[in-house]
Write a protein that binds this ligand. Sequence first.
Ligand code: CTP
Ligand code: MG
Length: 230
Amino acid sequence: SGVWAVIPAAGRGRRFGGELPKQYLQVAGAPLIAHALDAVLSHPAVQGAIVVIAADDPHWPGWTQRAGKPVHACIGGDERADSVLAGLQGLPREVAGDAWVLVHDAARPNLATGDLDRLLATALASGDGAILAAPVRDTLKRAGSDGAIDRTEPREQLWRALTPQLFRRDVLARALESAAAAGVAVTDEAMAIERVGGNVRLVEGREDNIKVTTPADLALVEFLLSRRAD
Ligand code: CTP
Ligand code: MG
């Protein structure tokens, strides 16, 4: 059975600012969300996607298919984890409880096919799931309360979590429900699985799989995406 994608797109983009939520900004001829959605749907293993939008979202274009595959939509929640859980619950009934689901940010438009390939191969081979991640490159400083450096933290085993993140539908839904019931704020899917003792594999992904968070990120993905189209 195939993989389905959940695309959380219910955020307000507060750090980005502006009227239009960042996932709908045009970059290299299409909204960010179209790049993110098409990047996952273009993989042969991915059967379809559900996009999770905000309750009062007038900007959602209402796509029902892209790249020849079905696209569903449902309403998200206050936090990203609430939106992802809503997406899992909103998947079509044909999607089995043990089906693999990949969660990919609407605001992450520059996913490379090769990264998605390696993520799928790793997750499907062993373990409870896998995520794309990038090793930390900068030297890490812990700040004291006076704003001066307290000390330098070793970075050897530290990774930045990217998306997609790939888990089985029911396992992820139960882990997110458990975190919500315990009042634990999880900032990615892996954190919910880690919390319940799951074994999540790290798959090294490209550094240019950038999440657009601020306007500076937008300039960067505009450059990357227009260069790719050449
Ligand atoms: N997201 C979501 N539901 C939420 C919050 C975020 O579906 N309640 C989505 C965003 O739309 C985005 C992805 O999760 O595609 C990553 O979140 P982030 O970059 O933090 O986006 P925003 O929450 O919109 O931005 P900010 O935190 O600056 O407000
Ligand atoms: Mg956010």
